[in-house]
Design a protein around this ligand. Structure first.
Ligand code: ATP
Length: 260
């Protein structure tokens, strides 16, 4: 059964069609990653799924009583917050000391409770955000670029943590990422978004595609190549919004001249 499902979703913001005809679902316990260039509507899709954006068309269905842990984009959270980690964990729902301590220990930062939020390193800050999301005992975690600003080891460690938490609790995870290596290792399914769903599949399918091999080892510079695998449609058709930044489509001929 799906925890969250979008059917033929269209979202307009300021008169621009940001998402067009998006259908996707997240099932219990799976890790789904959304990839897409800047401005492709990734955050908008997450917010639509959370029910905090009006839909121009389509339906979002969430399982009854669904508990969601949401970690917004790092930049959306004020890091200069004059507040201790312990207090932050009690917003908006008060939690007891043992529960707070357990959550911090779980995410690998057992000693930061008394620290100011603004004093934390990027990696510690992300872990505290995750700890707070986990306190809601979510059935699904929704993470918007949770490793933005972290270095590669920090990023890899964070995703290992996500996988551990999934293994232990069975939580489903829907996240936005730019790092293909991480996506390949940590996702059950990858959805490539550019205002509409360009393609989706298991990492295995993606990793056996020539396009994936071509980009393997190229780091995030290779991110656009993933949009060029296994397409089930022609681009330029069926997407009438016309307001997305389609700079990737200019090279959308299944050639990889951008990685030569
Ligand atoms: N509140 C808003 N009002 C008007 N337009 C918006 C609003 N929020 C986002 N947009 C526009 O919608 C498009 C998609 O934005 P969104 O933040 O969902 O993209 P994204 O894929 O998450 O981008 P990034 O990778 O840069 O975070 C962008 O063109 C953005 O300018």
């Amino acid at each position: 059964m799906s925890l969250i499902e979008a059917q033929d979703l269209t979202v307009r913001l300021d008169g621009n069609e940001v998402l067009t005809g998006v259908s996707m679902r997240v099932k219990a316990g799976e890790i789904v990653t959304i990839l897409g260039p800047n401005g492709s509507g990734k955050s908008t899709l997450l917010r639509a799924l959370l029910g905090i954006l009006p839909l121009a068309a389509g339906v979002v269905t969430r399982a009854k009583g669904l508990r969601v842990g949401y970690v917004p984009q790092r930049l959306a959270v004020d890091r200069t917050l004059p507040m201790t980690v312990r207090r932050f964990l009690s917003l908006p729902v008060r939690v007891g000391d043992p529960e707070a301590a357990a959550a911090l220990a779980r995410v690998g930062v057992p000693d930061v409770a008394a620290r100011q939020m603004g004093e934390l390193s990027g990696g510690q800050f992300q872990r505290v955000l995750l700890a707070r999301a986990l306190l809601a005992r979510p059935q699904v975690l929704i993470l918007d670029e949770p490793t933005q600003g972290l270095d590669q080891p920090g990023e890899a460690a964070f995703y290992r943590l996500i996988e551990e938490v999934r293994r232990e609790t069975g939580v489903a995870v829907l996240m936005v990422s730019h790092d293909l290596h991480v996506v390949m290792a940590a996702s059950d399914r990858v959805i490539c978004l550019n205002g509409h769903i360009c393609c989706e599949g298991t990492p295995r399918v993606v990793s056996t595609a020539p396009e994936y091999r071509a980009l393997f080892g190229l780091g995030t510079q290779g991110a656009l190549a993933l949009y060029q695998h296994v397409h089930d449609h022609e681009h330029g058709h069926g997407h009438s919004g016309g307001h997305h930044d389609h700079h990737d489509h200019a090279e959308h001929d299944h050639a990889h001249h951008d990685h030569a």
